[in-house]
Design a protein around this ligand. Structure first.
Ligand SMILES: Cc1cc2nc3c(=O)[nH]c(=O)nc-3n(C[C@H](O)[C@H](O)[C@H](O)COP(=O)(O)OP(=O)(O)OC[C@H]3O[C@@H](n4cnc5c(N)ncnc54)[C@H](O)[C@@H]3O)c2cc1C
Length: 267
């Protein structure tokens, strides 16, 4: 294996779960005026990448597609130990479905060049399709292992990924370059280093690539490059919770409660 690994970690910024809202006009997730965070599964993917770098040397590059507000979160990833970060940011990328998102990310991996391993989270907490990682692997025509809980490199240089299956787990071995999606909760992402955080905020220059810099056709990305669009959203209404205070002695209360629940026991 050459000196160390060149690892790209695809990371998305998402609204905190309690803040997820969809704009009824554009049918896209509202990202401004809400509290955002680095997608939890992406943090586990980053931690897995940093652990491989600690063990085998090399570099970890964060890659994201999104609006300028993503920059601060990518710098947090630098403070955790990533070496570089690329943000694909351009109005032309907006409204992309997973086909167009995975295409843009794959093209960025090609432009970064000489990448051994692409790590992704198993899914995002906002749209949660889980479709982008396999899409990136397909565009790059590299092998993929999804929902991985443990990852190591064998003496033969092959990547071995452990993944849970019904009734146990399996270990899949592939040659690099390859893509891996990381199961949520499989490690404890390290805390950002305070000094590195300050350096990242004040001095680190993040690479921001627009459509020209990425060198792709407008019809391949964003809404024009998408084959699906969110047509309608139907809010799932949670059933109304009934509440009744039962008065009386414990025996009376028990009798009344039995009368209330009896119809449900018989149905
Ligand atoms: C309610 C709703 C439903 C949707 N349904 C569909 C659908 O059925 N089909 C469809 O094609 N599109 C759909 N979309 C659009 C889709 O959400 C976007 O394309 C989105 O950018 C990527 O999909 P995801 O968040 O589900 O990614 P996932 O596939 O769940 O993401 C998995 C991993 O891929 C990487 N990744 C994903 N997005 C990025 C990014 N922007 N930058 C860097 N890494 C990234 C991260 O590592 C992440 O952990 C939907 C959007 C909404 C709001």
């Amino acid at each position: 294996m050459k000196d160390g690994l060149k690892i790209v970690v695809c990371a998305k910024v998402v609204p905190k779960p309690e803040e997820v809202k969809v704009d009824p006009e554009t049918m896209t997730i509202v990202r401004t005026e809400v509290e955002n965070e680095l997608n939890p599964a992406c943090k586990h993917a980053l931690e897995m990448g940093l652990q491989l770098k600690d063990k085998h040397g090399g570099e970890v590059i964060l890659l994201s597609m999104g609006p300028p507000l993503f920059e601060g979160f990518l710098k947090m990833g630098i403070a955790m130990g990533a070496d570089d970060a690329v943000l694909l940011s351009d109005r032309a990328f907006a409204g992309a479905d997973t086909y167009a998102t995975s295409y843009a990310l794959a093209e960025a991996v090609v432009k970064i060049g000489d990448v051994d391993l692409i790590l992704c989270g198993e899914e995002t907490s906002d749209s949660s399709t889980g479709q982008v990682p396999p899409g990136v692997a397909e565009w790059l025509d590299v092998p993929q292992i999804t929902y991985v809980s443990q990852l190591e490199i064998g003496e033969d240089g092959r990547l071995r990924g452990k993944r849970s299956i019904t009734g146990g787990h399996e270990v899949i071995a592939v040659h690099m370059p390859a893509l891996v999606s990381v199961e949520i909760g499989v490690n404890s992402p390290r805390f950002p280093d305070f000094r590195r955080k300050r350096w990242a905020e004040r001095e680190f220059e993040l690479k921001v690539w627009d459509i020209g810099e990425l060198g792709v056709e407008p019809e391949m990305v964003g809404l024009p490059g998408s084959h699906t669009s969110v047509d309608r959203l139907i809010e799932a209404k949670s059933p109304e919770r009934l509440r009744e205070f039962v008065e009386g002695t414990p025996e009376e209360k028990a009798k009344k409660v039995y009368e209330i629940i009896k119809p449900y026991l018989q149905s």
